[in-house]
Design a protein around this ligand. Structure first.
Ligand code: ADE
Length: 249
């Protein structure tokens, strides 16, 4: 997958895209992250990339021309283009999954108070938000998007953990995890994890996932009840047990 990132601050991305998992994906050629400095496309002698908003208002607005030229340099027409913005649809797993299927992507990071609206209209940009709060720029949101999309590309996680195996992918939150030592400051690891019975352990994990989801994210739990995959008899029994506790909580 190729991701073209248009930004005024390409250096912000270096440690993230060069870091562990994304860096390895880049080296293996699975992920190609092309950082483009919008300022390089400014025709202005001071490399200006923003100006005052027409009609007044606070802050500066990113100029259309450097962004247009940057997009033309990568033949952006017809490619899936996203603009990181709190005005956009809030990201969720389903959206990330759709985006991860693209072969090439353009991500535009805004700064200052906004960007000239004509950029969004002309390049048919889809606005994408990472949540209902406002950051100072689109760079951190773009990194959140890149990280979450990259880990869904087959081969990126390379056996470390399978993205599809994780519980959020079946619509549930993840069960609790433990590692050594077995006892820490008097706190014990649940006994079931040592009994060697893999079927029993899997059922325990399933039960914990269900309980956590029910208690913390009732919205996800209700959705899971409506459409989960094939369950074994034992799993179904556990689901019924956890579900019947809904009325009591
Ligand atoms: N830019 C500023 N705030 C943002 C947000 N919440 N999501 C995406 N881009 C943003």
């Amino acid at each position: 997958m190729k991701i073209n990132v248009l930004t005024l601050f390409p250096e912000m991305f270096e440690p993230v895209v060069g870091g562990s998992i994304l860096g390895r994906a880049k080296k293996k050629g699975i992920l190609d992250i092309n950082l483009i400095n919008i300022r390089d496309f400014s025709q202005d002698k001071h490399k200006k990339a923003d100006d005052y908003p027409f009609g007044g208002g606070v802050g500066m607005v990113m100029l259309a021309d450097p962004v247009f030229r940057a997009l033309e340099s990568i033949s952006g027409q017809g490619k899936k283009a996203l603009y990181m913005s709190p005005r956009g649809e809030v990201l969720n797993h389903e959206k990330i999954r759709q985006i991860s299927k693209e072969e090439e992507l353009i991500i535009l990071c805004g700064h200052y108070e906004g960007i000239d609206e004509r950029i969004l209209e002309y390049w048919n940009m889809e606005e994408v938000s990472i949540g209902d709060y406002v950051l100072t720029g689109g760079e951190l949101p773009a990194m959140v998007l890149i990280d979450s999309v990259a880990r869904l590309i087959p081969e990126v996680l390379a056996g470390e953990e399978s993205a599809e195996e994780e519980s959020i992918y079946s619509g549930l939150l993840e069960y609790p995890q433990y590692t050594k030592p077995r006892e820490y400051r008097g706190m014990m690891v649940p006994e079931v994890l040592f009994n060697g019975n893999h079927k029993l352990i899997a059922l325990w994990k399933y039960e914990k996932s269900l309980e956590l989801t029910r208690d913390r994210r009732p919205d996800l739990f209700q959705r899971y009840l409506k459409g989960h995959g094939e369950l074994s008899k034992e799993q179904l029994k556990i689901l019924k047990k956890v579900e019947s506790a809904v009325e009591k909580v």
